[in-house]
Design a protein around this ligand. Structure first.
Ligand SMILES: *[C@@H]1O[C@H](CO)[C@@H](O)[C@H](O)[C@H]1NC(C)=O
Ligand SMILES: *[C@@H]1O[C@H](CO)[C@@H](O)[C@H](O)[C@H]1NC(C)=O
Ligand SMILES: [Zn+2]
Ligand SMILES: [Zn+2]
Length: 394
């Protein structure tokens, strides 16, 4: 359809009309048709203790907040563990300029159900559950219809987001979560809740591209760039798919760890031109977890023809992309972010079947500011997890 003046006008009219409907509905809901409207405190009667940053110093300290009462389709659970993701560090310091303070971070949350709403189908009191990066989406766009809530333009993040009712979302550095059951993951009995929590972000972030880009076939050769929170889980997942895994890192001292402890097949020091040259054209795909600025050409060179380089880290500045080597060997450079809820459950079930968890350092709540300083220096192998259940004082 051509965009004539009249179609633009009618499109604007439709937008205005929708806006009017939305306004009427919200006013009707809260002030006119419902004289018994509840105060914010009544709507959010659940007292919650968390740790929040109040400003871009990023220093976390105890805070009292409230959450909504368990709705018909909500699951309320006691938080036992929460992983510390690098995103948490960026958000508490407002590195991306979008932080709403106070911010309670945490989107690698695991715990046990204490209450479920009347229409909840999948969960009951006592179940072991988790929540990752998302707590809501529009449920009506094409991505939502295809179980890709992570690509919904209206997805609601677990913290630093605005929920359907207009209130801010708060993450898992807190003692109680209330979440729509559509965004709750069931955690199988054999997975320990502490070491499994990081899978809800780090695990799905690497599992989803391995699957979507077809890098999950036994006998394939996949490179993993960076051996941190994301990379170490990527190695374990790829090995469980039966893939040959090569870790690519700037630090030669990670070689023993990568091979002996995590089960990688080989190791490349990215700063060693001889090693890189010898491995040219050998990989079906690469999962690149590095968010610092780094050259792509050597990585593209490692790929076979038609190979795929998938970025899951988010460098702050654009990277230089050499196009000619993409053309001549039909190579692909792509990106991927977390995964949908259905796929997250699939990943957790896969992890349970293959006994895969993250390697963690369990810390008490009041160690969190020190942990953030160490994370900034990548001084952790490989994920901090906060022992919320035992150390967050109510
Ligand atoms: C939270 O509320 C409790 C109980 O009212 C109070 O004792 C505590 O000091 C409050 N904590 C903060 C950080 O405001
Ligand atoms: C699962 O992994 C954990 C830790 O990596 C290990 O201690 C345990 O023995 C494993 N269990 C099985 C059944 O392989
Ligand atoms: Zn994360
Ligand atoms: Zn949607």
């Amino acid at each position: 359809m051509a965009w004539t003046t009249s179609s633009i006008t009618s499109a604007s009219a439709i937008v205005l009309f929708l806006h009017y409907i939305t306004l009427s509905l919200s006013q009707g809901g809260f002030s006119f048709t419902s004289p018994m409207a509840k105060s914010p405190e009544e709507q959010h009667p659940v007292n919650v203790v968390g740790w929040a940053a109040e400003d871009s110093s990023g220093v976390l300290a105890p805070i009292n907040i409230s959450r909504r009462a368990t709705g018909e389709k909500d699951v309320t659970f006691k938080v036992l563990y929460c992983g510390i993701c690098h995103t948490d560090l960026h958000q508490i310091k407002n590195d991306w300029g979008n932080t709403i303070y106070p911010v309670i971070p945490g989107h690698e949350i695991a715990g046990v159900v204490t209450e479920v709403g009347g229409k909840v189908l999948k969960f009951k009191v006592g179940d072991r559950v988790g929540v990752g990066c998302l707590v809501g989406s529009c449920h009506s766009c094409e991505n939502c219809a295809n179980d890709l809530e992570n690509y919904c333009p209206k997805m609601i993040l677990t913290y630093n987001g605005i929920y359907h009712d207009g209130t801010p979302t708060y993450g898992g550095y807190s003692n109680i979560m209330v979440c729509d059951e559509s965004f709750v993951i069931s955690i199988p009995e054999n997975l320990p809740l502490d070491a499994c929590a990081p899978l809800l972000c780090a695990g799905i972030t690497t599992y989803s591209p391995l699957r979507y880009f077809g890098l999950d076939k036994p006998g394939m050769h996949v490179g993993v760039v960076g051996l941190g929170g994301l990379g170490h889980v990527a190695v374990k997942l790829a090995k469980a798919f039966g893939v040959k895994v090569t870790v690519i890192s700037t630090s030669p001292d990670k070689k023993i760890e990568a091979i002996d402890r995590l089960g990688a097949d080989s190791f490349l020091v990215s700063r060693d031109p001889d090693q890189m040259q010898a491995a040219m054209g050998t990989m079906d795909g690469i999962i690149d977890t590095v968010s610092a600025t780094h050259p792509l050409l050597p990585l593209i060179g490692l790929l076979k023809s038609h190979g795929k380089l998938v970025m899951v880290g988010a460098p702050e500045k654009p990277l230089e992309l050499p196009v000619l080597p993409l053309l001549t060997e039909r190579k692909l450079v792509a990106g991927s972010v977390i995964g949908g809820i259905k796929e997250t459950q699939e990943m957790i079930n896969f992890a349970a079947k293959h006994n895969i968890t993250a390697d963690i350092e369990l810390i008490p709540m009041d160690y969190v500011n020190t942990a953030m300083e160490r994370l900034a220096k990548t001084d952790v192998r490989y994920r901090f997890v906060i022992d919320i259940g035992n150390t967050l004082k109510n």
